[in-house]
Design a protein. Structure first.
Length: 348
């Protein structure tokens, strides 16, 4: 009796142990480990803006390519982290991923910001975005201020253009006008004779309507996206600085992900740089067409002589910015030269 009842019990116990081993093995596999992953992704501006569109596309692609094993919760519009604390918020784990404009923290990214702070470069967002992503791959992260992060993707706006209520085709017409500028365009506008006004993008629309500012410097999709064309009626066709956007992940969170998920995220990096740039370039053209047809916005060209006057005033600012970063012991001139080489390569 004892033998007959003991043997099945032993077999059942062994079977249970074997099944538990199988289950433990499955649970330890990357496939199972990825099943319940949820990532939080924060951004500073509305979802309707081109970086917000990129963010949603990235989230959708990651979920699709992992067969739904990874879920991404997106928090656009500064609902989780703002421009003032985006990168620190990622470091502290408030968000797994954060996307912001690096010029909002100039002391943190002095070398990286050169990819956006040099003026007068005729380059669209597709070329500039692919160039930026490649520069991040080529230069050591500690030189770029990215050593504490995993870079998910990076891209740029098109160059900023002066967009005003009254026409500006000369330095004389710009003199004294109060213009909202991003931080890295303050001395650019001042050199051209304008009066820089520091405002967030979120406050610019109200400031335009209230007459607090006479215009702003920005890429041109905002004419339609933010309905600025209802107030400004002129775009001066001279490229100024552009915005550098970098999406980063908390390093510890990155290292906790299964290898197959890491591989998919890496594959998405260059793809999303191209997607964001290409989307913006197409969107800018559509926004300009809409602004012309619906709001009567005009694009104004500078004469060759006038453009040369603007360039003469701005070249020293480019040189000073390169010199200042080089004095920090960072390869400013090397990055600039490589950036111009990549522009040429991606324009072909």
């Amino acid at each position: 009796m004892t033998t007959k009842t003991t043997v099945p019990s032993i077999r059942r116990a062994a079977g249970a142990i074997g099944l538990a081993g199988v289950l433990m093995s499955v649970l330890a596999s990357p496939l199972a480990a990825a099943r319940d992953i949820t990532l939080s992704y924060a951004f500073i501006s509305p979802a309707s803006t081109f970086p917000g569109v990129q963010m949603e596309r990235w989230a959708e692609e990651l979920e699709r390519r992992t067969d739904g094993r990874v879920t991404v919760n997106t928090f656009p519009g500064g609902t989780l982290l703002s421009a003032n604390n985006m990168y620190d918020g990622v470091l502290s784990g408030v968000a797994d991923i954060g996307l912001s404009i690096t010029s909002y923290e100039p002391s943190r990214f002095p070398l990286l910001n050169l990819a956006g702070s040099l003026t007068g470069l005729e380059v669209n967002s597709t070329v500039a975005s692919q160039t930026l992503y490649e520069l991040i791959q080529e230069f050591p992260p500690e030189q770029l201020g990215l050593e504490d992060f995993k870079v998910i993707t990076a891209f740029t706006s098109e160059p900023g253009y002066l967009q005003t209520k009254d026409p500006v085709t000369s330095l004389e017409e710009l003199r004294g006008q109060e213009i909202r500028v991003p931080g890295d365009s303050t001395d650019v506008l001042a050199a051209l004779g304008g009066v820089p006004i520091a405002l967030s993008q979120a406050d610019t629309g109200e400031a335009l309507q209230a007459g607090v500012v006479d215009g702003y410097i920005s890429s041109r999709e905002v004419l339609r996206d933010l309905r600025y064309a209802r107030t400004v009626k002129y775009v001066t066709d001279y490229p100024l600085t552009n915005a550098v956007l970098v999406a980063v992940m908390n390093r510890q969170r990155w290292e906790s992900l299964p290898e197959d998920v890491q591989q998919i995220i890496d594959e998405l990096g260059a793809e999303m740089a191209f997607f964001a740039g290409d989307y913006l370039d197409s969107h800018v053209e559509a926004s300009l067409e809409w602004a012309r047809e619906k709001e009567g916005v005009e694009v104004l060209s500078l004469s060759e002589e006038e453009a040369a006057r603007w360039t003469e005033r701005l070249v020293p600012i480019n040189e000073e910015r390169l010199a200042r970063v080089a004095e920090m012991g960072l390869p400013a001139h090397e990055l600039h030269e490589r950036m111009l080489e990549l522009f040429e390569q991606y324009q072909q």
